[in-house]
Design a protein. Structure first.
Lengths: 395, 395
């Protein structure tokens, strides 16, 4: 079964759920099966919507009644198989709960979670599809903007701040570190959520960079926080001109530098641009996204319940990987943060060990097709196939 | 003579100015010649620096004495030829002044300006090298982020704001309009510097988009201003030319929407990322950058003073262009804004005429070479050739 491309967008479908021809999966045509072919980059609004409603019915507080309600909807046949294709930490938790329905209510169901989150914070997998491409985007953008700043630093902008995603884990910020290899090459400072922000230490480092290299490029995680766990961006501060700070740790940090040192600065906030940037996707990432999706379907068809396919690293240089799987219980609601050995002693950079881990994940280019200068992204046609369920099925 | 690649970075050189072997240009070896090989994407810090100092000496208030000082530095031979390779409106004005030195002080000099500005606001040329690539970046990014928002709008983010460059002219913002063709396709609203911002009208349009399409993607120019000419976001600082430094209109507009309608929003500020994004350069743009640079050298060698090579459009579909040139006096300090016929009647979109103009400029991909997942950008070695001037030359 070919999975949808990364960079897919699905228009809302009617009916809300398309049930595929089961022969494609090697199953008898009367086998009840619910497929949720959401894609690694989240471009599947109809399924997001459907699963949001299912997840709602599965909240712990809704108790057994909620679960029974969901299971009741699926009592269309003798058994059910479900591939659950959306997966950060929260989704894995939902997947785990769905997988337990069969056990607790006597309704046979197979639920497989698939790793997919730009945050790269799921444990037991070398990485999460989506992350490699965001990492590539951030590394490339940091290198490019760094060259721009270097060209002007003597007479103009001396400090550039790039705000990246990562509320609790600094994987994306760390990827910015791939842009340069030598101390004078940008980025000069990375602010990780894992390292408590110390204003004076940070400002001193900025000054040192400007003195030593003529300029300073900073990559800052949206989740940067002080030692008391308070996000910098939630500081509720006002800027130098008394305007309410409109959110964004990037401008906040840039302003902090200007107030202390008076350097001319610029800042960028990549926001959705970074996670939607299919045009600069990592080939390794795209390959892995297909591989875990395919593995999930295989596992579901084999009836392996409550698992998540994983990417298993065999070697770093050259990068070799294979597919494994772990019980959902071992990944649900668990966050994998940057380990201390990936962060330099001063807290502002990545170590060689981190570089060895990250570099393979941004390897290779996987350009989309273009038409009239713009990438053409797949839009799933959403053709509903003949209904297989014997009873009414509504979400 | 091969011009440096787009996406070039030059380390500071010693000596500050390299004088090439004149035989390359078909000139006698004792011909004094000063080449400023700055590149279309500004990655030439040493020359920026040198020219900033020359320009400083040429400010009107420094009068004839300042000019004499500059000319004095060049009295190294019987004649001088100068190719001036950096060119927004301000730089063209400087180029014009430099070109007049010979006339006013009896010192023979040839000065050629080269169009190069992402702002695309120089008159008498179909476009300015640099713009096509930024336009492509913004169109691609708007399409990608638009797909992301579309996938979540039902249950999450409903409004996305992308802030783009463009202080007085809305060319870059207009390029965002290429991302979609139909009314429901993002972007749904573009805020141009050319159209006075009306808060109530804008907020009503946002609401209409969310009601009709489920979400609203907005591209806003940094130079968006109210009818009295006041920028929506005025950061309070000024650049080297005394212009107000802008930034933050994206979050400002997003916040405005939240306050009025309560929609969940996200915003991005591309800042330098857009103009440094060599990885998604337009092939047409790269070709034109080389062509105008080559034309400038040809004109200088022929002794044509005070001109700027231009791109002349012959046809739009398929795009055909050739190189012409105009007197510097016709481009210096003149800004080409979006003509009214490129903006839709409601002020929030681009017309078919605008699309016909813009689309060819983002045509084709010109991917840089990659190593270890990252683009490898040229760094000019800065090898100084033997000095040809008979007297000392210092800047």
């Amino acid at each position: 079964m070919r999975l949808p491309n990364l960079g897919v967008c699905v228009e809302p479908l009617t009916p809300a759920i398309a049930i595929p021809d089961l022969a494609v999966l090697g199953l008898p045509s009367d086998e009840p099966l619910l497929l949720c072919p959401g894609t690694p980059f989240k471009y599947s609004p109809v399924h997001d919507h459907v699963w949001a409603r299912i997840a709602k019915g599965l909240r712990p507080e809704s108790g057994k009644r909620g679960w029974a309600r969901i299971a009741g909807r699926w009592r269309g046949g003798s058994s059910g198989r479900l591939v659950f294709f959306r997966s950060g930490n929260d989704s894995m938790d939902t997947a785990l709960k769905v997988s337990q329905i069969g056990e607790s209510l006597g309704y046979p169901i197979t639920c497989v979670g698939v790793p997919k989150t730009v945050d790269n914070d799921l444990p037991h997998t070398d990485c999460c599809p989506g992350f490699g491409s965001v990492a590539k985007y951030i590394a490339v953008s940091t290198r490019e903007a760094g060259l721009d700043v270097a060209s002007m630093a003597r007479t103009s902008t001396k400090v550039f701040v790039l705000e990246v995603m990562g509320r609790h884990a600094g994987w994306i910020a760390a990827a910015g570190g791939l842009a340069g290899r030598k101390p004078h090459e940008p980025p000069h400072i990375i602010l990780f959520p894992e390292v408590p922000f110390e204003k004076e230490k940070f400002l001193a480092k900025v000054k040192q960079c400007v003195n030593d290299y003529g300029f300073c490029v900073i990559v800052v995680s949206e989740g940067s926080a002080t030692a008391d766990g308070k996000f910098l961006a939630d500081a509720g501060t006002t800027d130098a001109f008394g305007h309410t700070q409109l959110g964004g740790v990037g401008p906040l940090v840039a302003n902090m530098v200007r107030e202390a040192h008076g350097y001319k600065y610029h800042w960028a906030v990549a926001d959705y641009l970074q996670r939607a940037a299919r045009h600069i996707a990592s080939k390794v990432d795209v390959d892995q996204a297909y591989a875990v999706g395919k593995a999930a379907v295989d596992l579901a068809v084999k009836g392996v319940n409550a698992v998540m396919p994983t990417i298993v690293r065999k070697a770093s240089k050259p990068y070799k990987w294979t597919i494994g799987h772990v019980p959902l219980g071992e990944v649900a609601n668990k966050e994998k943060k940057l380990p201390p050995e990936y962060i330099t002693a001063d807290g502002f950079g990545i170590t060689d060990a981190c570089r060895r881990y990250l570099e393979p994940l941004i390897g290779g280019e996987a350009y989309p097709p273009y038409k009239d200068g713009l990438p053409e992204y797949v839009r799933i046609k959403g053709v509903a196939v003949r209904r297989k369920l014997k009873t009414e099925f509504k979400i």
